[in-house]
Each structure stands twice: as structure tokens, then as C-alpha cells.
Design a protein around this ligand. Structure first.
Ligand SMILES: Nc1ncnc2c1ncn2[C@@H]1O[C@H](COP(=O)(O)OP(=O)(O)O)[C@@H](O)[C@H]1O
Ligand SMILES: [Mg+2]
Length: 473
């Protein structure tokens, strides 16, 4: 947002999108004016005509304004500040026209979370006439959040943490912090001074138990013998904070259901590092799962291949319960699927998860390519996002149950993928593994591989391969 020359009476301006058209948004004492790039179109929205306005989208990405029977959806940087200015403008206009403050009009609903309101910058600069007018009136309290708005309360507590401007910690940085957790882990996580960080038994010179593309996972004994896992993030993600809070809330609402997920707590301020002790980075705390990643489970049980058939069915059942709850994991892969010590399927790594309250958002990642439909993109973000990966895992397990020797031949000790890879999806007719699978006569394998080929001719979230459909193979 920039202050522009008052020559045309304008006060602040910014690049913005209205109904997805790009242009410049200007505010002055009377309202908003939007000039589309190329000068094609101008939209004037007078404060006096605005009957409703609110921040929409759970991540608070847009301002929706209803004026004179039209609805405008505005995307603009510094959205909170713009929202505040609109709010001031609308309030001032109403007070000016109805000095006693008794207005027959509906008061604009304020759906901005109270925490966000508390964190908002001082509304606007002193020279802004809107502020000056407001200051002269004692009616500022009318701007207090509509705390009784039930809908607002339901959507509320999502506040984006200000972005960290420096370079994000590496696995090494976190490793150092976990050498003395009391000095680095935020006290809100509990009796940190009692924590014992459990060494990696496979590689005892390290504390970190496992790391993937986005994080490092540690195992902690909290002093009472109970162990839990902590995931620290090694990559910056601007929406991590808001998304994790939304996912957490939604999963809590599904608490009665048996889902293949672990309960977790997300801490926006979780851990600091020696490089910058002034900033706490987020972390996820969750129960430690005793078990093996799917890849390790397959390697360990390759001489008992019948297990894979049972596992395939269990997996499809678990995924069906997830889809029924409206959820997709978003990044199913050999190391995000865990077979616990009781033989149950559990999923970890919820960074890319879809839950229904995120339905207006896009995916932040496309998942591991060796499990994804080649056409999957950020727009594929729904309860069916996992469809293709479910079929890839299911078919692989069915095949390995009958041809365990294909594990060594096609996995080649790759810790992430199973026996199929992106190149097989790109060119199934030229794929040696698909060719070998086509020679397996078992009807289940035939059906599943036929379905995979059909899926490749359909869009990524094709419902013809939903988990329920896969179970019935
Ligand atoms: N709660 C847990 N219990 C046991 N192991 C876990 C747990 N969470 C994650 N892991 C292990 O840590 C690995 C990395 O964690 P993950 O969340 O997948 O990080 P990334 O986003 O970097 O892939 C997982 O593949 C899994 O093996
Ligand atoms: Mg992972």
C-alpha cells in the first residue's frame, strides 16, 4: 500500500484484484475506487452504499463487500489494514448521515478474528482524514469486534504468525537445540528441563530419529517414561501456522471417529536455535508411534508376503474412513505411512493435509511424485486428492503379496517409493514394471492395474478410484 499524491484526492493505493481482475485500488474519504490495468474498467464503491463487508476465506485472504446489490471480492496486500480503513469509512459515513448513531441499516459484521484485531497495526496514519474524523467522535467503541457473532467465533482463531525474515533453521540447528532442550524449547511445552532426548538407535551419533523433505523428528522421554515425537520444520512455509491450526480444529471435531491419524498439538512458538535465540520456530508435538514406515515394514516382511494382502485391505479401509471424514492426507508415501506395532495403519506428516474448512484454498505441495497422478497440481485439493496414491499403494501391495521378488528389482532400496514411479505413470505402456504386473493373472491385480491405467486417462481426483471403490476390487 502506498500513499499517493493527493492531486486526485486519493489517500492510499495498492495493487489489488477485484473479481480476479488486476488493477489499482484507491481509497479516499468517500469510498473505494478500483481501476483495472489497461484502463478497461473502473469500479466505484461508495462507503455510504456498503451494506456488508467481511474478511472471507479461513486464511483471511479476501475482503468481500456488498454494495448496491453487487458483491465484490477483493484480494489486496496488507488486507487487515484495508479492512480497517473500509470499516472506518463505513462507520464515519453512517455517523455523519445519522448523528444520533441510530441506524436502520444492518451494521457491518466484523468477522476478523479478535486476535488479529489485537495485532493489527495502528489503523491508519494521523493525516488520514478518516482517522481524523473518527478521532473527533467518541463513537470509536462502535468498532469493537462483534463478539456475539457465532459464525465469526467458529471461524476465528486463525492468526498468521509474522513471517520469519532470516534463513530458516536446518536439521543441524535443531540437532544442536535438542542437546539441551531446556535452553531452547519454549516453556509452554511443559517440564522441558526434565526432558530426555532419545538417541537414534540406528545411528547413535544423532538425536534426530528421522527427517524428510520438510522436517526433522525427535523422540522425547518427558521424565515420566512417556515418549512423544516432536517435528521441527526445516523449510519456511508462510501458511503453516494457519493451516495447522485449521487442521487441528477440524480433527478435534472428528474426535469420535476412528481415523488413521495421531492427535497432535501445534505450537507456533516451539523452539529456538543458537543462530537466533530471539525467535521461536513452530513445532508439532504428537505421540510417538512404535512401528515401521511402510517401506521398512515391506523390507522386514518380504519373506512373509501374505501379510501384504491383509495390509492392502487394512490400508484401503483406513483411507476410506479418512475420506468419509472429508479428509485427504495430501502426501501419501512410503515414509508417511506407518504400520504400528499392532499392525495398524497410521499416517504421519500433516503438512499438506486437506480438511473441508480449507476447501477455498489451494494445496501447498503436490506430494511425492512417485505416488501422484502426473497431472496433479495445486488446484487438486479436496477429499479425493489421495485417490491416485491410494491405488498406487494398494496395487503395489497386491503385487508384492504375489511377486515379492519384484521388491528388490523395482524398489532398489529407495526409502520413499514402492515399486512404481513417476516415469511409469508418464509412460505406462513403456514401463517394465507395469508390463510385469500385466502378466500377473490374479483377478484383483488385474482389476487394480486396469483401474490405474484408467485413472491415468482421467483427472487426478477422479472419483472412480475413491477408497471405497478400491476396497471393492
Ligand atoms: N509420531 C511419530 N512417531 C514415530 N515416527 C514419526 C512420527 N512422526 C514422524 N515420524 C517419522 O519421521 C519421518 C519424518 O517426518 P515427516 O513428518 O514425514 O517429515 P517430512 O515432512 O520432512 O517428510 C516420518 O517419515 C516418520 O518415519
Ligand atoms: Mg514425510
Amino acid at each position: 500500500m502506498v500513499k499517493v499524491s493527493p492531486g486526485d484526492g486519493s489517500i492510499f493505493a495498492s495493487v489489488a484484484y477485484i473479481q480476479k481482475r488486476k488493477g489499482i485500488l484507491i481509497v479516499d474519504e468517500t469510498g473505494l475506487r478500483f481501476r483495472e490495468d489497461g484502463g478497461n474498467k473502473t469500479i466505484d464503491i461508495a462507503f455510504s452504499k456498503i451494506s456488508d463487508f467481511q474478511i472471507t476465506g479461513l486464511l483471511g485472504h479476501r475482503i468481500s463487500i456488498t454494495s448496491g446489490g453487487s458483491r465484490y471480492v477483493i484480494k489486496v496486500p496488507e488486507l487487515d489494514r484495508w479492512f480497517r480503513m473500509i470499516q472506518l469509512g463505513v462507520m464515519v459515513t453512517r455517523k455523519l448521515t445519522k448523528p444520533d448513531g441510530v441506524s436502520g441499516e444492518r451494521q457491518p459484521e466484523r468477522r476478523i478474528p479478535p486476535q488479529a484485531a489485537a495485532q493489527q497495526p495502528a489503523p491508519v496514519q494521523a493525516q488520514n482524514p478518516l482517522v481524523e474524523q473518527i478521532r473527533r467522535r467518541k463513537s470509536m467503541s462502535a468498532l469493537a469486534p462483534a463478539a456475539t457473532d457465532k459464525k465469526a467465533q467458529k471461524l476465528q482463531p486463525i492468526v498468521e504468525k509474522p513471517e520469519y525474515r532470516g534463513s530458516w533453521p536446518s536439521g543441524q540447528d535443531y540437532e544442536q537445540s535438542f542437546q539441551s532442550p531446556a535452553g531452547y524449547v519454549h516453556p509452554s511445552l511443559g517440564n522441558v528441563s526434565e526432558w530426555k532426548v532419545i538417541r537414534n538407535t540406528r545411528n547413535p551419533s544423532w538425536l534426530v530419529q528421522a527427517s524428510g523433505n520438510y522436517g526433522s523428528v525427535y523422540r522425547i522421554d518427558d521424565g515420566s517414561g512417556k515418549t512423544f515425537a516432536i517435528k521441527c520444520f526445516t523449510r519456511k512455509s508462510t501458511q503453516l501456522n494457519a493451516r495447522y491450526q485449521i487442521i487441528h480444529q477440524y480433527l478435534q471435531s472428528q474426535a469420535g471417529k476412528k481415523l488413521p491419524l495421531v492427535d497432535f498439538s501445534y505450537y507456533p512458538d516451539g523452539i529456538r536455535t543458537r543462530r537466533d535465540p530471539s525467535y521461536y520456530f513452530p513445532l508439532v508435538k504428537m505421540p510417538w508411534i512404535e512401528g515401521q514406515t511402510l517401506n521398512r515394514f515391506i523390507s522386514a516382511n518380504i519373506s512373509r508376503p501374505k501379510t501384504f494382502e491383509t495390509l492392502a485391505i487394512k490400508f484401503a479401509g483406513a483411507m476410506s474412513s479418512l475420506q468419509a471424514a472429508g479428509i485427504s492426507h495430501g502426501d501419501l508415501s512410503g515414509d508417511n505411512i506407518i504400520v504400528d506395532s499392532a499392525g495398524n495403519i497410521l499416517l504421519v506428516d500433516y503438512d499438506g493435509m486437506f480438511v473441508p474448512p480449507l476447501s477455498q484454498e489451494k494445496a501447498t505441495e503436490n506430494g511425492h511424485a512417485d505416488f501422484q497422478h502426473p497431472a496433479r497440481g495445486r488446484d487438486n485439493f479436496s477429499r479425493y486428492t489421495d485417490n491416485f496414491s491410494i491405488l498406487v499403494v494398494f496395487l503395489s501391495l497386491l503385487v508384492l503379496a504375489r511377486r515379492p521378488e519384484m521388491w528388490e528389482k523395482y524398489n532398489g532400496d529407495d526409502p520413499d517409493c514402492l515399486i512404481l514411479r513417476k516415469k511409469d505413470f508418464m509412460d505406462p505402456s513403456g514401463s517394465p514394471v507395469m508390463n510385469e504386473i500385466s502378466k500377473i493373472r490374479a483377478p484383483k491385480v488385474r482389476k487394480a492395474s486396469k483401474l490405474l491405467l484408467e485413472a491415468l486417462r482421467n483427472p487426478p481426483e477422479w472419483e472412480g478410484i475413491s477408497a471405497d471403490r478400491v476396497i471393492s476390487i
